[in-house]
Design a protein around this ligand. Structure first.
Ligand code: 5GP
Length: 107
């Protein structure tokens, strides 16, 4: 069965898209931990980040870097927290967590 993120990639579930290229999509988390909390997802469904091929992994990280740069330009954030959780959705992804205020440090 397709993951929630594959359904988002296929347009079956709406999202607030932040960025997209041919292999990846970035969209706002539905339950943000900090304002601008963004998920960076490969369109190719692989359940776990470290199961991506080396090529896919590097491409995802480079895309995440571009998205983080865009977030830093768009928001008054000091830096972007980067984390991998992967407990809820079995589809490889990276969390980008803009840190704008002291309170955001509590994530
Ligand atoms: P993780 O798998 O890394 O533990 O967490 C998955 C993340 O995906 C959570 O932060 C959750 O809020 C987010 N999420 C789950 N379902 C949806 C959805 O349908 N839309 C969006 N935009 N985010 C989702």
């Amino acid at each position: 069965m397709a993951t929630i993120f594959t359904k988002i990639v296929n347009g079956e579930i709406p999202c607030y898209k932040v960025a997209e290229d041919d292999r990846h999509i970035a969209f706002l988390d539905i339950n943000p931990v900090t304002p601008g909390h963004t998920l960076v997802v490969p369109k190719h469904e692989v359940s776990y980040l470290f199961d991506l091929s080396d090529d896919e992994y590097v491409a995802l990280e480079l895309f995440a870097k571009k998205v983080a740069k865009g977030l830093r330009e768009a928001m008054p954030c000091k830096r972007i927290g980067v984390t991998v959780i992967g407990l809820e959705v079995p589809h490889a992804h990276i969390h980008l967590l803009p840190i704008t205020t002291e309170a955001d440090m509590d994530f």
